[in-house]
Design a protein around this ligand. Structure first.
Ligand code: FPP
Length: 259
């Protein structure tokens, strides 16, 4: 379908408030989410910020199911950045508990859905109980061949690039490779997402329009969608709307459009 007719389809669907999932060949191979707005969602309801994170976890649960069911290859989510440690102790603790509980309670369903979990970030900074739950989640899903779910925890995009550069430097120092062998593919292989496609679509909820140090390497040509809704209100219908917007975009990767 031509972009113009896709756009008119989009408007018609928006009017009726209903969107269907685009065809498989129009879907991104790798979708990423900056799940912002949990705190404001809670504040509007007179609730503590931790209640927003709990509601955000519910939204995430539903979304993972949908993304897995529609057959997208990779999904990356920003759950806890290296900067988030600077939040009030009480909020950090609440988030830690939620994340650990999520992995313990959801792991059987994720295994059943053939989801492969990768944690992106430095795990050593986490309390022992949480670290164990995270390592087990990766261990138990490592042979799975379905959705690749990358969860950024204690993650920073620049730190990830530095880590990849260090891995390559170590290989050069040990004689495993030569500096001249370093190219973009080699650096990609040093990222947490090694072997996965680059990010095609990055969606940020909560109204802010920035990347915030997320997937800087993988998102070089990502299409961006900034949603006004707070993360706990992001749902399947919103996802389908955004996937239709993505399907209508003209991706040129720096080239001129074929006539
Ligand atoms: C940003 O909202 C959100 C976070 C820092 C945490 C995201 C975490 C979850 C959705 C739940 C847990 C994740 C897993 C993997 C189970 P904010 O607090 O910055 O909101 P604000 O901008 O309104 O203050």
């Amino acid at each position: 379908m031509k972009p113009a007719s896709l756009i008119s389809k989009l408007f018609a669907a928006k009017g009726k408030g209903e969107f269907t999932c685009p065809e498989k060949d129009k879907l991104p191979r790798h979708i990423a989410f900056i799940m912002d707005g949990n705190g404001r969602w809670a504040k509007r309801r007179g609730l503590p910020r931790s209640a927003g994170h709990a509601a955000g976890t519910e939204a995430l649960r539903e979304l993972i199911r949908t993304v897995s069911d529609i057959g997208i290859e990779s999904m990356s989510i920003y759950a806890f950045s290296t900067e988030n440690w600077n939040r009030p102790e009480e909020e950090v603790q609440a988030l830690m508990k939620l994340i650990t509980r999520y992995f313990v309670s959801e792991i059987d369903e994720l295994i059943e859905k053939n989801v492969h979990i990768t944690i992106m970030g430095e795990l050593d900074a986490f309390p022992e109980e949480q670290k164990t739950a995270l390592v087990q989640a990766m261990e138990r899903t490592k042979a799975n061949t379905g959705l690749k779910l990358n969860i950024a925890l204690n993650y920073g995009g620049r730190a990830e690039i530095v880590r990849a550069a260090r891995l390559l430097a170590e290989k050069c120092a040990s004689g495993e490779m030569k500096p001249g062998d370093i190219d973009m593919d080699a650096l990609s292989e040093g990222m947490y997402t090694a072997g996965q496609p680059d990010v095609d679509l990055l969606i940020r909820t909560g109204g802010d329009e920035r990347i915030s140090n997320f997937l800087l390497w993988q998102g070089w040509y990502a299409e961006l969608i900034f949603e006004k809704v707070f993360w706990p209100d992001y749902n399947k219908q919103k996802l389908f709307e955004d996937l239709n917007i993505y399907a209508s975009r003209d991706r040129r990767f720096g080239r001129v459009k074929a006539q």
